[in-house]
Ligand binder design. Structure first.
Ligand SMILES: CCCCCCCCCCCC(=O)SCCNC(=O)CCNC(=O)[C@H](O)C(C)(C)COP(=O)(O)OP(=O)(O)OC[C@H]1O[C@@H](n2cnc3c(N)ncnc32)[C@H](O)[C@@H]1OP(=O)(O)O
Length: 159
């Protein structure tokens, strides 16, 4: 298991994503630990992340899956290239498609565990599956299409 989350290797000037940017003070700070096979993440929803009494808002869960799956895709792509994360040329992805199935209501008050796996590793398209567990019960399952893009896509025109 990597000691550092892949998000620690995102360049400082672009690390402002609401879901996973280390420089977004109001963000969720989602962290992805890749062990060569599975991307793991944990998150404990806060009271403001409630949908209805006792259960987690689905949009929050989709956000967790989104950034964790993109992080898993990026970490796996560095692995597939035989390179350490953060080495140049930088590998960057965005979400092309995010498909989420809510299998059961997800309870508040417990740590959620996310496990993501690579289903397909293409030149540009990386398909990632992700399950969310609450106390070992799978409550959500998703499939994400991560698309590799040039890192300049993250820069503003003026930069
Ligand atoms: C490290 C620092 C990071 C730092 C930054 C950290 C980022 C955290 C990211 C959080 C995640 C987000 O929320 S990202 C924000 C939300 N997402 C976006 O805004 C993306 C908006 N969409 C786009 O920009 C574009 O549509 C792209 C880049 C996704 C694709 O456009 P394109 O570049 O023209 O792609 P194209 O050549 O047609 O296709 C390339 C391959 O991807 C597939 N593909 C393309 N689009 C899709 C799609 N929507 N759904 C399924 N599959 C698709 C194609 O079938 C093809 O597969 P094949 O033929 O190769 O097999």
């Amino acid at each position: 298991m990597s000691q550092q989350p892949i998000q620690n290797f995102y360049k400082d000037d672009v690390a402002i994503c609401y879901g996973c940017g280390k420089h977004n003070a109001d963000g969720l700070h989602i962290k992805t630990f890749w062990d060569g096979e599975i991307g793991r993440s944990t998150f404990t929803p806060r009271p403001e992340h409630t949908a209805f009494p006792g259960f987690v808002y689905g949009g929050l869960i989709a956000s967790l899956i989104d950034c964790h799956s993109i992080g898993t895709a990026i970490a796996a792509a560095y692995d597939a290239a035989g390179r350490a994360p953060g080495t140049d040329p930088e590998i960057t992805c965005v979400t092309g498609n995010l498909n989420v199935s809510y299998l059961k209501p997800t309870p508040m008050g417990v740590e959620l565990v996310l496990e993501a796996r690579i289903k397909e590793m293409g030149e540009r398209k990386i398909v990632v599956t992700c399950s969310v567990y609450a106390q070992d019960v799978e409550t959500v399952r998703a499939e994400t299409v991560a698309v590799r893009v040039p890192s300049r896509m993250f820069k503003k025109e003026a930069d």
